[in-house]
Design a protein around this ligand. Structure first.
Ligand SMILES: CC(C)(COP(=O)(O)OP(=O)(O)OC[C@H]1O[C@@H](n2cnc3c(N)ncnc32)[C@H](O)[C@@H]1OP(=O)(O)O)[C@@H](O)C(=O)NCCC(=O)NCCS
Length: 250
């Protein structure tokens, strides 16, 4: 098996919504070596130095992945700090999102004219079926329980991860906590997903969301894109994000 050098690039890959980079992380909370920290723009370096343990490791890995991607797009190596909600503030005209799990950090970047992006990475194991009731709406739970038992966990994990990606793409616009019950995910076998939103506040506008997922060596990677024409003016509850006619519960 190839040696995973901590903080090295695992891959950069074009995916449907943008350019994605993954960076190896050490499974170890030791301080990030100075040589690695020095690869960050100054303001990010200063912030990273305030962090400890795995939080420092994951922040640095996510930023290295983000800058590798921005560099591939010939963007300057300017610092990308988080806003008060934790969302990375991207350079003008760009959208980006970060996720990290244990030994991998990922970042996706695209031009914002194609829509805003949210990204999430989850480990396939261990299975945690007990989160189903919190994560799923009653109709999603019913669909899940109709699946063969060996498919239930992956279906739940996909929905969980896609909802986290929904949060990352909607929170910067709505500026509030969004509960798992406020979205219903429809999974399709062709690695796409659509979303119905059930936003709690009836005054909030509707949004058009488009999801993708892919399996990666013991992990799932999910992406959500908020369309630029998001404010469609449709009624708020039900069927607002559906882009596809057919749905199969996975
Ligand atoms: C914020 C949240 C989605 C982050 O997910 P996570 O699995 O804990 O962590 P990840 O590694 O995947 O993502 C962390 C990265 O997300 C980004 N992020 C954090 N808050 C964000 C926000 N409000 N908006 C956009 N991106 C955000 C940051 O880049 C962060 O990494 P960094 O701090 O190193 O820059 C999660 O902690 C959370 O609060 N979820 C509950 C709410 C929810 O998911 N509701 C479902 C609505 S349908």
């Amino acid at each position: 098996m190839a040696t995973m050098i901590p903080f090295s690039t695992a891959f950069t890959q074009a995916v449907q919504f943008g350019l994605l980079t993954a960076v190896h992380l050490p499974d170890d909370p030791s301080p990030v070596p100075e040589k690695v920290l020095a690869r960050l723009p100054k303001a990010e370096l200063a912030y990273a130095q305030t962090l400890r343990g795995y939080r420092q490791v994951s922040f640095v890995g996510g930023r290295l992945a983000l800058h590798e991607t921005l560099g591939q797009l010939r963007m300057p190596n300017d610092p990308v700090l988080n806003d008060a909600h934790g969302c990375p503030v991207m350079p003008a005209g760009m959208t980006g999102s970060i996720s990290h799990k244990r030994t991998l950090a990922v970042a996706i970047v695209a031009r914002s004219r194609h829509g805003q992006l949210g990204l999430d990475l989850e480990d396939l194991n261990p299975a945690r079926m007990h989160v189903a009731e919190k994560v799923l709406r009653p109709e999603e739970l019913k669909e899940l329980l109709e699946l063969p038992p060996e498919r239930q966990w992956t279906s739940l994990l996909l929905r969980f991860s896609l909802k986290e990606a929904v949060y990352k793409v909607l929170n910067p616009t709505l500026r509030r906590y969004i509960d798992f019950q406020e979205a219903r995910i429809h999974l399709d076998l062709d690695l796409t997903a659509s979303v119905d939103l059930y936003l709690k506040d009836p005054k909030e506008p509707s949004f058009s969301l488009d999801g993708r997922y892919q399996w990666m060596d013991g992990r799932v990677l999910t992406m959500m894109r908020l369309r630029p024409d998001a404010h469609s003016g449709l009624p708020l509850n039900g069927n607002k994000g559906r882009l596809k006619g057919s749905t199969e519960a996975l």
